[in-house]
Design a protein around this ligand. Structure first.
Ligand code: KIV
Ligand code: NA
Length: 265
């Protein structure tokens, strides 16, 4: 098997096959998710919250994300690797977006980029696509704009539906190969999935999208605390890691580790 490429995702939509995308920020998760058959890995700017300890995605920089992209791209032989363009690295114009995207492809080794925004970012998307860079769009709730949007809020309710529809059409017309729909009402996401010629990837967008994306630490239960409504935990990584750390410490304190088998004569 070779690497997943954007035409495979279009073919999956045509065939009605749903697929999953996970975030990944390091070599072990990249290799494991690749081996598990996850077709698309996203090195999200959510690394800000999920790796670097920030409260929002806003502070993360291109220079901070690049080594994570490199680690994932080196470790995933099959999955399509998508890098998020961080806040402030693409909004000015198509030239700025292209400069940033080129760094992610050349230095990071990913095969596509993702950026947030609809109609306003159409020029950036078409500039990238003209230069040969596949672009995943991201509309609905866009975390980089959370201060503008007034916090984590469902987008496209009532009168807002027309705005989300217009954004979706604009990013597809600009050449995006897929569209992330974050926190939009399920019926609207279903309508977009039926209408758009490219895959929709939902997060908090109901069951009718072509694909679903999750942040891996949410999916695997590494992040503790009250999960967001759209998160389902498939493992208790937090509990398992804490148990392992406690047992290791107790063994060291009690003299149970290392044993003779771990020691050199
Ligand atoms: O950064 C990220 O993890 C994302 C996904 C939630 C779509 O943008
Ligand atoms: Na993101």
């Amino acid at each position: 098997h070779g690497r997943v490429r954007t035409p495979h995702l279009l073919a999956a939509k045509a065939a009605g096959h749903r697929w999953a995308m996970l975030t990944s920020y390091d070599q072990y998760t990249a290799a494991l998710f690749d081996a598990a058959g996850i077709p698309v890995l996203l090195v999200g700017d959510s690394a800000a919250n999920n790796v670097l300890g920030h409260d929002t995605t806003i502070p993360v920089t291109v220079d901070e994300l690049l080594p994570l992209v490199r680690a994932v791209a080196r470790s995933a032989p099959r999955s399509l690797v998508v890098a998020d363009l961080p806040f402030g690295s693409y909004e000015e114009d198509g030239r700025q977006a292209l400069r940033t995207a080129v760094r992610f492809l050349k230095e990071g080794g990913c095969q596509a980029v993702k950026l947030e925004g609809g109609r306003d970012m159409a020029p950036q998307i078409s500039q990238l696509v003209r230069a040969g860079v596949p672009v995943m769009a991201h509309i609905g709730f866009t975390p980089q704009s959370e201060h503008q949007l007034g916090g984590y809020r469902v987008q496209g309710r009532a009168g807002g539906a027309e705005a989300v529809l217009a954004d979706a059409r604009a990013v597809v017309d600009a050449g995006a190969f897929a569209v992330v729909l974050e926190m939009v009402p399920a019926p609207l996401a279903g309508r977009l999935t039926a209408e758009l010629p490219v895959p929709t990837i939902g997060i908090g967008a109901g069951p009718d999208c072509d694909a679903q994306v999750a942040i891996w630490q949410d999916m695997a239960g590494l992040r503790t605390g009250r999960p967001l409504r759209f998160v389902r935990r498939y493992a208790d990584m937090a509990g398992e890691l804490e148990r392992a750390a406690r047992e290791f410490a107790a063994d060291v304190q009690g003299g149970g580790f290392p044993g003779p088998e771990h020691s050199f004569e």
